[in-house]
Design a protein around this ligand. Structure first.
Ligand code: NAD
Length: 282
């Protein structure tokens, strides 16, 4: 089914996608484009890709059936413009963490052959050397077709994710950003801010980072994520993230005031409700 796929951005996600594709379609040739020469040479060395270039214009030479954009979301517009200029006719999708405005912007440049996608799978690691071939297996993958999306392009992208054992769910691009602004983007903001708070609480020769408990490590693992990727997500989904942070601040204020007023029963109620909700997550 797939013989030539081009991946723009050969980092952790692009590399994982390439490995999953190679396992499922061993005959598929994968061409990588990355502005970073060392990402291309590492990916070639690891045989994650079969060929590569730092020049997006080389996409044309490769004549792909599918282009997958796997760069930070702040680069999407320049990439869409470059692909539009090359007059690429194939289906184009992405792995970006923000959809909403981006999907409509991409469509403006690329037309109905663009299908927004966001695999709900990842880690705090970046770079092709950390790629995982089984990353998407059994994981949800949200696709965000619009009224403009070509039905054939949507089918191709949907079938591809299903063939990689992902659980595909269609969603409105703006609803996607509301949901993931709350359950993914806001928690990342909280983790980064928690590290900042611990740094500021370290004083007078006491380095609090020398005493990390299991809970602290679990909670802050995602603060090791790539700053550029998260800067772009925060800026692109700012409205939803800011609203979610405000709601979180209210929740924290409620807990703080219960602690300040020493209301043991109410604290137990608050924590029990949170535990019950957390325990329901599968
Ligand atoms: P990464 O840093 O590992 O890889 C990004 C790659 O893109 C790098 O190799 C970089 O050199 C390259 N790049 C940057 N600008 C470029 C440009 N203009 N042209 C070509 N290449 C360029 O990041 P990642 O974790 O693979 O994330 C990639 C995308 O996947 C992001 O949009 C992110 O939101 C999304 N995503 C990430 C995760 C995750 O857990 N890491 C999960 C879901 C979605």
């Amino acid at each position: 089914m797939f013989e030539r796929v081009c991946i723009v951005g050969v980092g952790f996600m692009g590399g994982s996608f390439a490995l999953a594709l190679k396992e499922r379609y061993p005959q598929c040739q994968i061409f990588g484009i990355d502005i970073n020469h060392s990402a291309i040479s590492k990916a070639l060395e690891l045989k994650t890709i079969d060929g590569g270039s730092t020049q997006i214009k080389d996409t044309l030479r490769f004549d792909p059936q599918l282009v997958v954009i796997a760069t930070p979301v702040g680069t999407f517009e320049e990439i869409a413009k470059a692909l539009a200029q090359l007059d690429i006719k194939c289906v184009i999708t992405d792995l970006g963490s923000v959809k909403g405005r981006i999907v409509y912007m991409m469509e403006e440049h690329l037309g109905g052959n663009f299908v927004g996608g966001h695999p709900i799978a990842g880690t705090e690691k970046s770079g092709v050397e950390n790629s995982l071939k089984d990353l998407f297996k059994g994981k949800r993958c949200v696709i965000t077709p619009t009224e403009k999306t070509s039905p054939q392009a949507k089918k191709m992208v949907k079938d591809l994710w299903q063939s990689l054992d992902a659980l595909v769910e269609e969603m409105d691009p703006y609803l996607h950003d509301y949901i993931f602004g709350a359950v993914s983007h806001m928690p990342h903001a909280v983790a980064f801010a928690l590290i900042d708070a611990i740094a500021r609480l370290s004083k007078d020769g006491v380095n609090l980072f020398e005493y990390p408990g299991g809970g602290f490590k679990d909670f802050t693992r995602i603060a090791s994520s790539d700053p550029i990727m998260w800067r772009d997500i925060f800026l692109e989904n700012a409205e939803n993230i800011v609203k979610a942070i405000e709601v979180f601040q209210e929740s924290l204020d409620t807990l703080k005031s219960l602690i300040v007023s020493g209301k043991a029963y109410e604290i137990t109620q608050y924590l029990s409700k949170a535990k019950e909700l957390r325990d329901r997550i599968v």
